[in-house]
Design a protein around this ligand. Structure first.
Ligand code: TXA
Ligand code: MG
Length: 295
């Protein structure tokens, strides 16, 4: 049996499988099996009121899980799916409360990775948070998976390094104006262009569940500095000892960021210095992750 075939069988039996996506690796369970979804929270050590993103094969599969009649959903799915955009919609009764943390909405996305798409074509809908322990760094390659988490997992599907490298954009479409709850590779400007209307950004009046201020953090304290000098950390220039260079373009930087942090975190440093990237719009999602990681 192929790895994808084995993954389908394990997921149908209620087990957890680590899956590749274009953003980060996910810790997946059958979204319609409450017992399996509960295992995700145990494996991650994550509070059960933090809702999970459900991964679907496309807009058609989304209909069984959420109210998809909003024309903005169809327009954005056409523009960005498969891709790094999760959309929050009113949920249907089919989605267990375990997935949504008891909230009346559900976040859906169609990941742009051939292995995960083949999995989802089986008809499964997969609840999958990033495959890291709660508050730790998301893995963007199999080598960065936490052994403690792997103890709970039936199979790891290796899909190589993730192309995007940071988590998806989360967009609230559950009522009122569209609002970006978590910035990502699909920017507010791209969404506005696709919808032809203004999109809001930032926390809504009802705070987004699961938007924990310290998140995605390495164990080693992280500091942002104007210039790296000879400190160990991440910079833009020619690297010295204990230094990892990342490209000065936001997409390339995002792709390499978590792996660089994983590497530096394993060196037992007293702190990791990060040379501050530019502050313009294009770097917004990167800055969001750096702020969280530096607590
Ligand atoms: O790129 C990604 O989205 C990755 C890959 C595996 O797909 N997944 C991921 O999941 O980052 P997680 O669980 O680490 O982050 C889920 C985010 C949280 O910020 C949470 O607040 C938001 O999605 N979210 C999920 N359901 C929501 C809902 N019903 N309402 C508001 N926000 C929601
Ligand atoms: Mg996460």
């Amino acid at each position: 049996m192929s790895d994808v075939g084995r993954a389908v069988s394990l997921l149908q039996a209620g087990e957890l499988v680590v899956i590749p996506t274009e953003t980060v690796y996910g810790l997946a369970a059958d979204a319609l099996n409450p017992e399996a979804v509960r295992r995700i929270f145990i494996a991650k050590g994550r509070p059960t009121n933090h809702p999970l993103i459900v991964h679907v094969a496309g807009p058609g599969a989304a209909e069984a899980l959420a109210e998809t009649g909003d024309p903005r959903f169809a327009a954005l799915a056409r523009a960005f799916w498969p891709g790094p955009l999760a959309m929050v919609l009113p949920k249907k009764p089919s989605v267990p409360d375990e997935v949504t943390g008891g909230h009346p909405t559900v976040a859906l996305r169609c990941p742009d990775h051939p292995l995960s798409l083949r999995l989802l074509e089986s008809g499964l809908c997969l609840a999958a948070p990033s495959a890291n322990r709660f508050t730790r760094l998301s893995p963007t390659q199999v080598a960065d998976l936490d052994p403690e988490l792997l103890a709970f997992v039936g199979l790891v599907l290796d899909g190589g390094p993730c192309r995007v490298g940071i988590e998806s954009t989360v967009l609230d479409l559950s009522g009122g104006p569209a609002r970006v709850l978590r910035p990502g590779f699909v920017s507010r400007e791209m969404i506005e262009a696709a919808l032809g209307e203004v999109v809001e950004e930032g926390p809504s009046a009802t705070p987004s569940p699961g938007q924990h201020p310290v998140h995605y953090a390495p164990r080693t304290p992280l500091i942002l500095v104007p210039e790296l000098g000879d400190r160990p950390g991440i910079g833009f220039g020619k690297p010295g000892a204990g230094q990892i260079p990342l490209p000065r373009d936001p997409a390339g930087y995002a792709q390499g960021l978590y792996h660089a942090l994983h590497e530096l975190d394993s060196l037992g440093l007293s702190e990791i210095a990060i040379e501050s990237p530019p502050t313009d719009e294009a770097w917004k999602a990167v800055w969001d992750r750096l702020r969280r990681a530096s607590g």
